[in-house]
Design a protein around this ligand. Structure first.
Ligand code: FES
Ligand code: MG
Length: 597
């Protein structure tokens, strides 16, 4: 429409797209549009530009976020894609959250980021929104917010970093950060060497270069159909990454024109596909929490995708990808081996091919139109179904009297497989501070069969459920060459870490009804992965009596619960609203169904 048509107050405003969307702010729709144009024209836009579909681009660049350091170049390439296809690209900021620079934890801020994303997508006059992000919590936060806002959204990840090199061996953040630090703690490498390794672990910008949470979420986003398949793995510093950005810009204009919204694209089947990929890549345990939170933002999927879905699909899905921490290689190897296209062709018989993708094609159509022929190298990184790395359930769900609402373990990353069926005496740490104080104490009553238990690091207990679940091997055992022990907590673990580690135990110990909260040093604990069982070997009555006693203490007039109710600010909101691991650690009022009544 011409500008004159826009101001003809005797007629309705002609088009709903771009600046003409949602004009209710000033009562008189024509005046609202008139005002919007006044302000945006101050930046030099013409009537022609303003008549195009408006593609918002979320800019999460920050000097504190090396995983997002290429966002400016990606924005330039996205704009090219948008504008070559007749759209108008307008960028805007949201908060930026990096793993290492987010106290107390990045997870504490994920829901805040999802609220920022949701509300800014909803508030601004955009026809589609490209969400650029990459670091662990960013991609889930953006999907959660975008699904809730339910305007057309297109995730674009920043891409993984390249590996570095130390004395001829490849190293990369952050599996090798942990391995090398553990070797340093065990006196296997000296201080000069650990300092030299520090220079090489993140040799380029981009997200962690192994199958950690960021790479897992990137693969899952592609499997959900929301992103071009190559977009999951192209390195942050590659030209391919920029071409994917341009393609995403082009896709955004097409998606804006047909108003294809995420709640239409995403179905049960898309999540089945994502979980199949999660299991086949030996993905991060964190992705389980994120996937549940993402699904629970969708009115048709809340409560439909659960821990049991993860378990059921796991039983049918082998681990195929030979990447750290479950295997040996890096994300650029996965990319060069064919990436998600090769993986999805391999997983073809296990996929739901009718699931829709962002371009309007079904996943089956995407795979039919983009063939992949495996070659020797690709088969070494992406194994065929007939020769898997691990036959099924790389991520297992465990239940038992200390985890009635579930717990998670990445069984494929266990270093001592005998621990997958193990009974041993508990050595209990009440919280992270207690652990830090005693773990290296030469008098700690621990032996290699002990089960290390860390409480107090759940969603509420230590706000944000820190990645402290990788309890270090006590120094006196580490120096005796003990490499793995059975370890339990209500917290999370970095997707880049490995070991026989049970996480996300629910209900968390901070809750008055938590059986996990009453484990005592010396109690026998059984973990039986084949039977999905995690059991505290004490009589039911004794367990109940312990819980009753502890509940009284926690709910006491000026105990921790009273304090929580009065806490101010975002932390207060967080502690009063966050749900448990099996629900996604989202705020109850942000889920599709809203808070429990
Ligand atoms: Fe950002 Fe690992 S720190 S992806
Ligand atoms: Mg991580």
């Amino acid at each position: 429409p011409s500008s004159v048509d826009d101001y003809d107050i005797s007629r309705p405003i002609a088009s709903e797209s771009g600046l003409r969307q949602g004009l209710t702010s000033y009562g008189d729709a024509h005046f609202s549009l008139f005002l919007r144009k006044v302000f945006i024209k101050s930046m030099g836009y013409s009537e022609d530009a303003l008549s195009r579909p408006i593609i918002g681009i979320i800019n999460t660049y920050s000097g504190f976020n090396p995983c997002h350091a290429n966002v400016p170049q990606l924005i330039e390439a996205v704009k090219r894609g948008v504008q070559l296809n007749g759209g108008l690209a307008i960028e805007f900021p949201t908060i930026s959250v990096h793993e290492s620079f987010a106290h107390p934890t990045s997870m504490f801020l994920r829901n805040l980021m999802s609220m920022d994303t949701e509300e800014m997508i909803r508030a601004q006059p955009l026809d589609a929104c490209i969400m650029i992000g990459g670091c662990d919590k960013t991609v889930p936060a953006q999907l959660m917010g975008g699904i809730s806002a339910n305007k057309p959204i297109l995730p674009l990840v920043t891409g993984p970093m390249l590996p570095g090199s130390h004395r001829g061996q490849r190293v990369g953040a952050c599996t090798d950060c942990r391995n090398n630090w553990a070797a340093f703690r065990a006196n296997e490498i000296d201080v000069e060497e650990i300092a030299a390794i520090n220079e090489e672990l993140a040799p380029t910008i981009g997200t962690c270069g192994v199958m950690g949470t960021a790479s897992t979420m990137a693969c899952i986003t592609a499997a959900l159909g929301m992103m071009p398949l190559k977009g999951a793995s192209a390195p942050a510093v590659s030209s391919a990454r920029l071409r994917i950005a341009e393609e995403t810009g082009a896709n955004a204009v097409a998606v804006a024109k047909v108003k294809r919204k995420p709640q239409e694209i995403l179905s049960k089947e898309s999540f089945f596909n994502a979980i199949t990929v999660l299991q086949a890549i030996g993905g991060s345990t964190n992705a389980v929490v994120h996937l549940l939170a993402i699904a629970n933002r969708h009115p048709a999927l809340q409560g439909v995708i659960t821990l049991d879905t993860i378990e059921e699909i796991g039983l049918k899905t082998p681990l195929l990808i030979d990447l750290k921490p479950s295997g040996d290689n890096y994300m650029n190897d996965f990319h060069q081996a064919g990436g998600m296209l090769a993986l999805l062709h391999t997983l073809h018989p296990l996929l739901h091919l009718s699931a829709l993708t962002i371009t309007g094609q079904t996943l089956g159509e995407v795979l039919d139109t983009s063939r992949f022929r495996a070659f020797e190298y690709s088969l070494s990184i992406i194994r065929p179904l007939s020769n898997p790395l691990y036959k099924s359930s790389s991520l297992v769900v465990l239940y038992g009297n200390i985890a009635p609402n579930g717990a998670i373990m990445k069984a494929s990353a266990s270093k001592d497989r005998s621990l997958l069926s193990h009974t041993g005496p508990a050595v209990v740490f009440e919280n992270s501070a207690d652990l830090a104080q005693r773990i290296d104490d030469p008098n700690l009553p621990v032996e290699k069969n002990s089960v290390l238990v860390l409480k107090g690091i759940g969603p509420i207990g230590n706000p944000g459920m820190p990645e402290a679940g990788l309890i270090p091997i006590p120094r006196k055992l580490a120096t005796q060459n003990v490499k793995d022990m059975l370890r339990l907590s209500d917290g999370r673990m970095s997707g880049t870490a490995g070991g026989t580690i049970i996480l996300h135990i629910s209900p968390e110990s901070a809750l008055p009804e938590s059986p996990f909260g009453v484990i005592e040093t010396g109690d026998l604990i059984t973990c039986d992965v084949a039977n999905q069982r995690l059991h505290l070997e004490i009589p039911d009555e004794q367990l109940k009596a312990r819980i009753d006693l502890r509940r009284k203490i926690l709910l006491d007039g000026d105990g921790p619960w009273a304090e929580r109710r009065q806490r101010r600010g975002y932390r207060g909101l967080y502690e009063r609203s966050v749900n448990q691991a099996q629900e996604g650690v989202d705020f109850d009022f942000l889920t599709a169904a809203g808070p429990p009544s």
